[in-house]
Design a protein around this ligand. Structure first.
Ligand code: XMP
Length: 565
């Protein structure tokens, strides 16, 4: 397996951080601003992957624009086989550097006969390596290898029964001869390319699976959960057809990545912004394992964190993990800039900008720094390179804590650049990160500023923290913390009438937001047991001064979003 420290070939010459005057700092701010305006900013394809010859099995997935492309990558990684999702028109050099044992071609919205329809690059077809074409990928295989593809009478969408003509190894090893699969296609194969044979069919797709030696075409989508035995089919392709070994594990990842960071950093110095979240924590730990005290972490307490969060972060990293951490108490600065601001986007901008200022000042204080470590994850890399997302409408600007401008005067180290979130957690566990931090729910960069609806003041933040503490406590005690995506309180600007004892109250309204989600892109409100909701409500009203009413948000995303602002 190959280490995933990237940026080497894309990093410009090494500049030194110099932010001793406002001009230099304002350059950072301009960059940040330009970035936030550039919704779906263009990035280098892949942003520069570690282009060393691979020493472990790798699979290249060619993305033809399917909404399921990321899922294919997930399924392959689940089998402990390293893979990368590459654009369908990827350059040969990049593929050669990855040295894949096999290729998977995703589905896509195009039709093979359309003008400018994406094609399988020749060098891949001629590579002699196994290829699995899924849906459009299969149609391309048929089309480019001399078969025929035709528009079907009607689009086939949904469940279909697959009848396997040849339920034997390699592709269908261990599977029944009939099972349900998920179809979503308009075109289908009307004539097989020379040498291919049909391995399975369905009512609407006489050629549902075709194969010739290591070339396999599948009309349905094995990557989605609606296909029974989809995982098994992918596993059979990887192990039985492509001969992969499945040796890619968190342990081997740590070993290779640490070695690679050590080589790259040499005697240089590295900084890393800790946010308290699992991504920056794991990125910092990998770098720390590689270069020890050459790493300095910067933890900016912006006054917008949850109760006890700063103490926990410092305790974990300084005392438990023995890392150098600069603790910047910057709450007053952030709150001063947020005073009087009620617009959510403005709050985001202010928190993002102020973070960059504080970070730059602290880095300057540290003297010469060569590298910046960041916890960028693979889905972000894929998103920023995918053409679809470039056109996507901007709902919210996501300013992450630690979300620094791209063109900083450091070389970037992004050790998680090829990992999905659950893999980051695995690596975190492997490195000995406390469970509490490994499983921490996502927390937005602008922190509680976007959960205090309206103006952000110290007092209102304290009220929210107290209510939020109860939510967290009860959700954890009920054993639900890991089952939900996020669970938190929102302080609204609404005041309502209540009664306590014999007295009228006129207090604040707190909303509970507890959602389930796979990736934060869509979400549903969590069906929390009523007793748990009752306990949360009663504790908040009793324990949090000034709050006399609690409501539960039962909106899904879309049309709502997870955060209220
Ligand atoms: P929304 O509210 O857009 O949230 O449905 C989706 C996920 O993103 C998080 N979120 C943010 N994260 N900066 C961040 O780093 C932000 O400005 C931001 N806004 C929302 C949110 O907590 C959820 O997990």
């Amino acid at each position: 397996m190959e280490a995933s420290v990237s940026g080497g070939e894309t990093a410009p010459e090494t500049h030194r951080l110099r932010v001793s005057d406002d001009i230099e700092i304002s350059t950072y701010l301009e960059i940040a601003e330009a970035q936030s305006q550039r919704a779906g900013a263009e990035a280098e394809p892949g942003g520069g992957s570690p282009q060393e010859p691979a020493t472990r099995d790798a699979v290249a997935i060619l993305d033809f624009g399917s909404q399921y492309s990321q899922l294919i990558a997930r399924r392959v990684r689940e089998q402990h086989v390293y893979c990368e999702l590459l654009p369908h028109d990827v350059e040969e050099a990049r593929v050669r550097a990855l040295n894949p044992r096999a290729f998977i071609l995703s589905g896509g919205p195009a039709s093979v006969y359309q003008e400018h329809a994406p094609q399988i690059p020749r060098f891949i077809l001629e590579s002699g390596r196994p290829i699995l074409g899924i849906c459009y990928g299969m149609q391309l295989l048929a089309h480019q290898l001399g078969g025929e593809v035709q528009p079907a009478d009607r689009r086939e969408y949904g469940h279909a029964v697959l009848r396997v003509a040849d339920p034997v190894p390699p592709l269908f090893a261990g599977l029944p001869s009939e099972f349900s699969v998920w179809m979503s296609h308009g075109d289908s194969i009307s004539r097989l390319p020379p040498g291919f044979r049909v391995l399975a069919s369905s009512d609407n797709s006489p050629v549902a699976v075709m194969a010739r030696d290591g070339l396999v075409g599948i009309q349905f989508h094995p990557e989605v959960v609606h296909t029974s035995f989809g995982r098994e089919i992918i596993r059979n392709f990887l192990f039985n057809v492509a001969g992969c070994q499945g040796t890619w594990t968190a342990g081997s990842y740590v070993e290779e990545t640490v070695r690679s960071i050590r080589e790259r950093v040499g005697s240089g110095r590295v900084i890393c912004a800790l946010s308290g979240g699992v991504d920056s924590a794991v990125a910092a730990m990998l770098v720390h394992r590689a270069v020890g005290d050459q790493l300095t972490c910067i933890f900016v307490d912006n006054g917008l964190l949850r109760r006890q969060e700063p103490e926990r972060v410092l305790d974990t990293f300084r005392r438990h993990l023995r890392m150098n951490v600069v603790h910047v108490q910057a709450a007053s600065r952030f709150l001063a800039r947020l005073a009087g601001v009620t617009d959510p986007e403005q709050k985001r901008r202010i928190v993002g900008d102020e973070f960059i200022r504080v970070f730059a000042e602290e880095a300057e204080r540290l003297g010469q720094i060569d590298f910046l470590a960041q916890g960028t994850l693979y889905p972000d890399v894929i998103e920023s390179t995918s053409k679809e997302t470039r056109a996507a409408a901007k709902i919210k600007t996501h300013h992450n804590v630690g979300g620094l401008p791209e063109h900083l005067p450091f070389q970037l180290i992004e050790p998680l650049r090829y990992l999905f979130k659950d893999e980051v957690r695995e690596v975190g566990r492997e490195l000995g990160l406390p469970e509490e931090m490994v499983w921490r729910q996502p927390f937005p960069g602008p922190g509680l500023s976007i959960r205090v609806i309206g103006e952000v003041t110290r007092e209102r933040l304290e009220t929210l923290r107290a209510a939020d503490w109860v939510v967290m406590d009860e959700i954890k005690q009920a054993g639900l913390y890991r089952q939900v995506w996020q669970s938190f309180a929102v302080l609204t600007p609404i005041r309502t009438v209540g009664v306590m004892g014999d007295y009228r109250t006129y207090g604040h309204l707190v909303a509970l937001r507890i959602v389930t989600s796979d990736d934060g892109m869509t979400a549903d409100w969590a069906r929390i047991p009523h007793e748990v909701l009752a306990r949360i409500s009663s504790r908040i009203v009793n324990e949090v001064p000034g709050v006399n009413r609690v409501v539960y948000d039962i909106s899904s995303k879309p049309p709502s979003t997870i955060e209220w602002e």
